[in-house]
Design a protein around this ligand. Structure first.
Ligand SMILES: [Zn+2]
Length: 411
């Protein structure tokens, strides 16, 4: 079987691959209609992709006319994508096939935040272990998609906030390490990409995706595409100042939303209040060992009725909602999707965000807004990473330079 780098795929072939990656099994008629390619040409494209074993028949189904209409999908074994979700405390890895099935996954403790350059070796070791376990031939790996928190410029392949301690752009470092084309992006932009194609934002032209985790991020889907901004830095929502005399933030400023409402901030505030003598179930549970207190433990205490913890989550939701209201006033999205670890914190946080949002927006903008938790959960960054590899590497209309270079060195 030929691999994608050895085939002269035209832009139309790539258009079909991209469509099938995002939408799964489709009939020829639908492909022709949706991609605005004539039926005979679509049929020829599919036949050629079948010959190269990139596409296969999925199943046969009855068309409305009563004739059997075959559905086509990508061949699961045609190629594999490596996905890296680099977190400040925990990094997750996955290997995915072209039908978006995760074949292998792993995670390891990481210290991306602390400029620990052991990060790369950990990624290499874990990816190599995964590859050995699943035994897929080397030439079937098509590319790697990497999500990184903070400021990331996808076009330049550079990360500015984290993983910027190598002498060259992190994309180049990873490409050399793995011998594969790599695409990097801000982690919340990956989440937005996934929500836009596979999640609840799929049917909405304008959506906001909030990542509630260790920090707080915002992804923007505007006019049916993920908006990254001029340099890829759009959506630095967590670093809007909300408190003049607030705590120092890791970004260098004071009083950012993240210092008030993120998972880390909630835990810090809980410890501060307990040390000042406030009462909570957390006191009896952790006593003087307050460093053990995390946002997750605060959520659990809130679920057991601990008023101290409920208040902390409420205050966090209030701050997030109030800041989000400003974004709503400017962009007028139709849906807000809450993702990330803390979006699963239950109603205490999400209800407070909703109430605060409604209170601080104009009713014309806020009253009909749909707010819901992500249906993709923790898979979203992997899906976004794979989507970006498909778009920027496999189906790019400018033949990806690094891809060509890499393929010529891997014969
Ligand atoms: Zn900040």
């Amino acid at each position: 079987m030929a691999t994608i780098e050895h085939i002269k795929f035209s832009m139309r072939h790539r258009k079909v691959i991209k469509y099938l990656f995002y939408n799964g099994a489709t009939t020829l008629r639908d492909l022709s209609y949706l991609l605005e390619i004539t039926y005979p040409t679509t049929s020829k494209l599919i036949e050629e992709l079948q010959q190269e074993e990139f596409v296969q028949i999925h199943s046969e189904s009855r068309s409305s006319g009563g004739r059997r209409a075959a559905q086509y999908q990508l061949n699961s074994d045609a190629g594999y994508i490596m996905c890296v979700d680099a977190g400040r405390l925990n990094t997750k890895l996955a290997i995915m096939n072209l039908n978006r099935e995760i074949i292998s996954r792993r995670h390891f403790r990481s210290r991306v935040f602390n400029h620990d350059d052991g990060f790369l070796q950990l990624v290499i070791d874990n990816v190599e272990d995964m590859k050995t376990e699943i035994g897929i031939p080397e030439h079937k790996y098509l590319g790697m998609g990497v999500g990184i928190p903070g400021f990331v410029n996808t076009d330049l392949g550079k990360s500015y906030s984290f993983l910027n301690y190598y002498d060259k752009p992190i994309r180049e470092v990873l490409e050399e390490a793995f011998g594969l084309p790599v695409v990097i992006s801000n982690d919340v932009n990956l989440m937005a990409h996934a929500e836009h194609h596979f999640g609840s934002a799929k049917d909405h032209r304008d959506a906001l995706i909030i990542n509630l985790g260790w920090g707080i991020g915002l992804g923007l889907v505007l006019n049916n595409s993920v908006y990254m901004g001029a340099d890829g830095f759009a959506g630095e929502f967590g670093h809007i100042q909300v408190k003049h005399d607030g705590d120092h933030c890791h970004c260098g400023k004071y009083g950012c939303l993240e210092t008030v409402a993120s998972g880390e901030a909630i835990a810090k505030e809980a410890i501060r209040r307990l040390e000042a003598g406030e009462q909570s179930l957390l006191n009896s549970e952790y006593g003087d060992d307050r460093k053990q207190i995390t946002a997750r433990k605060i959520v659990r205490a809130a679920q057991r009725g601990d008023e101290f913890s409920i208040n902390l989550l409420h205050e966090s939701g209030e701050a997030i909602g109030k800041t989000l209201a400003m974004v709503l006033q400017i962009l007028n999205p139709k849906i807000i999707i809450l993702g990330g670890k803390h979006s699963q914190s239950g109603k205490f946080l999400t209800n407070s965000i909703k109430q605060s949002l409604l209170r601080h927006t104009n009713p014309m903008i806020g009253s009909d807004i749909i707010i819901q938790n992500s249906i993709l959960g923790e898979e979203s960054n992997f899906l976004g990473a794979a989507g970006l590899v498909v778009e920027k590497i496999i189906c790019s209309n400018v033949s990806n330079k690094s891809f060509v270079l890499n393929s010529s060195t891997r014969t």
